[in-house]
Design a protein around this ligand. Structure first.
Ligand code: GCW
Length: 739
């Protein structure tokens, strides 16, 4: 019996299939399981020379030593003399540059780095070098990634500089540790035990972010609480900033516009009031005393009940500029969100001192007949182009409505040449299956970044607007709403980690392909087995399209349940505002379905450059994936497949579900390739995903059928419940209701 167990242990060790709880993310540093590659690496790295001892360089050195020790299963000595196969790590200013490596440091800027094999004094040496300490840290992480992904390191010549300056995670974390639209437990910021207790998780959070180039974190929810700006919290924020600083990560806070009233005792928060301006100046000075490298403010104003300058009859520029002036002496920035559609706020002149002023989405209030919500942000912000201070960036969600599975790009990209625009993506999967669906978001991010806006003719992609290269802005940014919580594996779904990873990698280099990013992540996170990679990559790369098909195909949007946004509810018509209702968006009737945004309808298409609107204006040439975003089409409308619209809709919904079933089969075939723990987690989540995909399909088809009056083609399995049954479902357990 004893022998049997011994044998089992030996088998388990050889297969290296130990239990994994996912905590280590993509920084696993387990011994390289390919002996030939392992030997090559061991030969190529005989000793390490590390120059410098700043906190950042110490972090880099520790990471390198720890990483190599794990990957090579060997302690690499730190030496003082350079020998054959040394690994040299240094910044430009260190004396080792006497080696004449011919590196062009000017091109590297503040954060870029070079990893290069050189032959010096007859020795084969690998150098990792940069202008700055943080550049070196990024280089070290990149080097470790090369090993983790089994790249050839014989003749390295890598030079990389980030495309975008501010690469930021936005946490929608409330001070009570609930997380708005969070599906991975509570907030990782434990305000109660800070500043004295430094959870190891804070350090690992910083390591993970630095490894993919993220250099900023907004700690608090955009639905902001002014308390975060009080001294009690600032000392806690400072403690986090101290942990993150060596990893090149700046902290930011959300600024509640009414803070001067709520915590400052002033009667108004009017941005043109001298006392208010002074209050913010003093507040900024105070913040910088605690956090000398504080990044700045993120602001949601006059949106969904949040206070803002319009509450005082002022413009978004008045509000943003006031904060920008307070931060400017300290080099801070303001990221002012363009997510506005709040007609009510413009009209009122309320004092927002109390949280009761928040709009309660569950309360029936007056049904404001608003114009197309799609057009609102553009109408509001375009006229302000050129009116913002230099340290204001306008943060725009990728699409005009709200992080739907597929949206056309926001028309603000391409419409504000004088203003740096921050791209806001949502990493957390509010509308993408929340915490339980595999949806690789990278193809969604890429789809938006690579599309042409025609701001300056051909080639004016969204990416070039964001990175500032099109208009030569001196500041740029990309923000991702975080999907991290205190679950052991950070994101709850093991594949949620991939979206955090992809966001960081793309913010650094938006030319990376989805295939590359997925493959890197799989190798580091799971396995370098070719079959495993191929299958997992296929699952990832098709997952977003599968979700679009089983949730909102052909341009459907915003048809989810009210409040929690969990599951389908296309029939809802009684929400607090007209434009919170699914019926407002799909407009299904006996004639057809979809939102006419051409000249015969809301004319939102006019907000795009003609080259773009021409692509979508004509129902016969409009890309079918955007069809219902722009057109109300008849049920019998002939699609390019030859099917009529109704049959095409059925086809899409059924193929979405089929894709999930395919994903399940594929995943099951991977059972023996990875640890049982994560294998089972993903398997269970896929079962939920399948159940929910069927639910979405059945609900949507049964509901839309009440308008089309056409049968679901007989080749498909019939929905197993009635529409009434689905309408009566309740979800008291659905996570993350809005705060
Ligand atoms: O997507 C919607 C969410 C809200 C969120 C808001 C926003 C933070 O449902 O929960 O609030 O967008 O982006 O401000």
């Amino acid at each position: 019996m004893k022998r049997f167990f011994l044998l089992l242990i030996i088998i388990a060790l050889t297969l290296n299939l130990k239990a994994e709880d996912g905590y280590r993310l993509w920084l696993r540093y387990d011994k390289i399981d390919n002996n030939i590659i392992l030997q090559q690496y061991r030969n190529a790295i005989s000793s390490i020379h590390f120059y410098g001892s700043s906190p950042t360089l110490i972090a880099a050195k520790n990471e390198l030593l720890q990483g190599l020790r794990g990957l090579l299963d060997k302690k690499i000595p730190v030496a003082n003399t350079i020998s054959n196969h040394s690994l040299l790590v240094y910044t430009k200013s260190s004396s080792v540059v006497a080696l004449h490596t011919g590196i062009d440091y000017v091109a590297l800027g503040k954060e870029g780095f070079v990893i290069r094999t050189i032959l010096a004094e007859q020795k084969n040496i690998i150098v990792i070098t940069a202008n700055s300490d943080i550049g070196v840290l990024y280089g070290v992480f990149h080097f470790l990634r090369l090993l983790q992904t089994h790249q050839n390191i014989q003749k390295l010549f890598i030079k990389t500089v980030p495309n975008i300056q501010n690469r930021i995670l936005d946490h929608w974390d409330n001070l009570d540790r609930t997380v708005e639209r969070g599906y991975a437990g509570i907030s990782i910021w434990n305000w109660h035990t800070l500043p004295d207790y430094i959870d190891q998780r804070y350090i690992d959070y910083a390591r993970a972010n630095a490894s993919i180039g993220i250099n900023g974190t907004v700690l608090t929810n955009v639905n902001a609480d002014a308390l975060a700006l009080t001294k009690d919290y600032l000392v806690k924020v400072a403690a986090l900033a101290n942990v993150f600083r060596p990893y090149g990560i700046k902290v930011y806070l959300t600024a509640r516009f009414s803070a001067p009233v709520e915590i400052g005792g002033l009667k108004t928060a009017d941005p043109l009031d001298a006392e208010v301006q002074n209050w913010w100046k003093q507040k900024a000075d105070e913040i910088y005393q605690y956090i000398p490298d504080f990044g700045g403010f993120l602001v949601k104003a006059n949106s969904e009940g949040q206070p803002g300058p319009q509450s005082y009859g002022r413009t978004h520029a008045d509000g943003a500029n006031m904060l920008a002036d307070a931060l400017a002496p300290h080099n801070g920035i303001v990221m002012w969100r363009a997510f506005v559609y709040d007609v009510r706020a413009q009209k009122s002149n309320e004092n927002f001192a109390s949280p009761e002023n928040k709009i309660d989405p569950n309360k029936e209030t007056e049904n404001i007949a608003s114009p197309d919500r799609f057009k609102h942000a553009y109408n509001e912000f375009k006229p302000l182009d050129g009116k913002f201070r230099k340290n204001v960036l306008i943060q725009v969600k990728n699409g005009p409505i709200d992080f739907q599975p597929r949206e056309p790009f926001s028309p603000l990209f391409g419409a504000m040449p004088q203003t740096p625009l921050v791209m806001e993506f949502q990493i957390t999967q509010e509308y993408l299956g929340q915490g339980t669906h595999i949806v690789d978001e990278d193809p969604l991010f890429k789809e938006v970044l690579s599309i042409g806006t025609y701001e300056k003719g051909k080639g004016s992609t969204v990416a070039k607007i964001i990175d500032g290269s099109l208009e030569e802005h001196t500041v740029s940014g990309m923000a991702g709403v975080s999907n991290i919580g205190n679950e052991r594996n950070w994101t709850n779904h093991p594949f949620g980690q991939a979206n955090w990873y992809a966001f960081g990698r793309l913010a650094w280099d938006h030319d990376l392909t989805s295939e590359q990013i997925a493959e890197e992540w799989i190798k580091q996170t799971f396995s370098s087995d070719k079959h495993f990679i191929d299958v997992a990559k296929k699952i990832m790369l098709m997952s977003r399209e599968a979700l679009v098909n089983y949730m909102t195909p052909l341009g459907l949007h915003h048809i989810m349940g009210t409040g929690h946004h969990y599951g389908p509810a296309p029939w809802v018509s009684n929400a607090g505002r007209a434009d919170w209702n699914p019926v407002y968006y799909h407009r299904a009737d006996s004639a057809g379905i979809g939102f006419d945004r051409t000249a015969t309808g809301s004319n939102a298409l006019i907000q795009y450059k003609t080259e773009v609107s021409n692509q979508w204006n004509d129902v016969n040439t409009c890309d079918e994936k955007y069809l219902l975003w722009f057109h109300h089409v008849g049920w019998n409308y002939k699609m390019r497949s030859g099917r009529n619209f109704w049959d095409e809709l059925c086809f899409k919904y059924y193929s979405g579900v089929d894709s999930v079933k395919w994903m399940q089969q594929q995943w099951n075939s991977l059972k023996n390739f990875i640890d049982e723990e994560r294998f089972q987690q993903v398997k269970m989540f896929l079962a939920i995903q399948e159940k929910e995909a069927v639910w979405w399909r059945n609900v949507c088809l049964l509901y839309f059928q009440t308008f089309s009056r056409m049968p679901i083609p007989a080749i498909y399995e019939k929905p197993d419940h009635t529409l009434e049954y689905y309408k009566n479902l309740k979800f008291p357990y659905a996570p993350a209701n809005p705060s």
